[in-house]
Design a binder for this molecule. Sequence first.
Ligand code: PEP
Ligand code: MG
Length: 606
Amino acid sequence: MSDGAESGPGAPAQPRLVREGVPASSGIGIGRAYVVDRRRVHVPRTRIDKEAIEAEIGRFLEALRDTRQEIEVIKTRLPHGEHRAILKAQQMMLRDPDLIGRVEQLIAEELRCAEWALATATDEIHDMLDQADDEYFRERSSDITFLSEQVILALLGDNPEEITPPAGSVVVAYDLSPAETVQLHRCAVAGIVTAAGGKTSHSAIMARSLQIPAVVGVAGILGEVMSGEVVVVDGVRGAVIVRPDVDELGGHELERDEYNAFEQRIQREHAFPAITVDGRRVMTRANLSLSEDIDLGRRYGAEGIGLYRSEYMFMNRDALPTEEEHYLTAKTVIRRYSPYPVVFRTFDLGSDKPSKLLSFAKAEANPAMGLRSLRLALREREIFLAQLRGLLRASLHGPLHIMLPLVGSVEELEDGIAAVEEARDQLEAAGMAYASDFSLGVMIETPSAALIADLLASRVDFMSIGTNDLIQYTLAVDRDNDDVDYLYQPLHPAILRLIRSVAAAGAAHDVPVSLCGEMAADPRYTWVLVGLGIKELSMSPSALPVIKHIIRQSSAAEMDALTAAVLEARTAREADEIVLEVMRERFPEHLKHGGGRSALVEEDDG
Ligand code: PEP
Ligand code: MG
């Protein structure tokens, strides 16, 4: 590795160089190169004893599972769509029976250690794919190498050496793991350039979600730039300029400043409430998955947490979270956001969020419709009660909201409420304190729940529409399957009508209705959602400033007018066209910079 080594004083001046790559994360970054020339992990090649075969295979399977779960955690930070689907495909690669079978065979028959067996099996697949004369296969081949390296690192229990570039540098690497990319974010780097990867690579995805300008897939770049040289990363167009001349540098700096000025302008207003110019108030809250992200919502001006995905407490670990852990986590988050509310969703495991810790969680033919979410919690009652007791105890520290996911009927809701009652009885019997004025709510993410929202509303204190699942179940379109992604249509008339009727049911019963699916983070949909009667939007924290800004620049009257027009549309495409025409005209910059910005930039470019 030659991290951070300056180019020698006597070295001859190299000419300016422009290289094309894949624009992976929008924005312009300018800084001195910090070259991380580390390509491969070291693979141990040791033979194991015959008696150790079973344990070695177990170790391998465990590492596969851990790597899949790491990808799962990354998935939660991303909006729905292409990128999540790709991560899902990578998770599936890690389940590939041919790969697993071959590794097991190499361990059992040739007594190779798991790392060696996996490296061999990967090389074999690599050779096969490389022969294919097709770019798709070549991209998959590089994915497999990368994934295999991640599994080997998990096997070695290795944290790769930490990369610590000076603030403002442009990191140039062969490839980066998601954890490394997060680390770069902490170091406040100006940009990222990688030799490997496409739009779909982990580093690209992470850079996008962390808003670091990035260009990936710049083959050969490692041999062309030295640490300390000036580099421009043009993440809007996918260009990397090494050693730019002075005039050119000035032009790029201007462009970068304009780009950043817009982001700063809306960021400055993040603490203002989201009120339209004619006085309609919209509450804007954050979605959180990990307690380590706890400050993000605050930083971006969230008025509380509209969705805390508690299921992530069950992932990437070997033991179930205890009642005490639930209590401490909830207490910390509640205190951090008090006096604003924090909505804890009880664990929503199963289907796309598996956990090895729950005995009922098993392979299912149709997991999205299987034993997941509240159904699983009601089956694993002791685990559910432990979580509920922990949450209830935290109510002493501020406004607690408990939310039950994937409810399909009044009976299911009543079963969930009965579990909450049981947890209260247990606390009382044990003499443990909790505040009795907590709120209980329900997620509306199945068509059945949406259609009986009036019946559910009479039993709860609040409702929250989970459009990610509501769209999946209503349109019968797997939310993570890119083959049917074109059918995943948020503005489908069926979805618009359901959202409208849930908002109306809430208003009729005086029960607040929030919306916490990815639609809330997409600037294209803000007017329509508010126009449909949604008064609370909860989204990934970084989307908050843009969405707030849109609301503050708009009138409720124009939102209602657009919504009325969209409700007349017969198809999702018609609705999309109506919405985009207005939103592009009114908010061209927001659409480029906002929560759904990568999708929109791609669209514009296309
Ligand atoms: C949803 O379904 O919209 C939702 C917010 O829950 P998740 O994405 O965690 O399933
Ligand atoms: Mg959901």
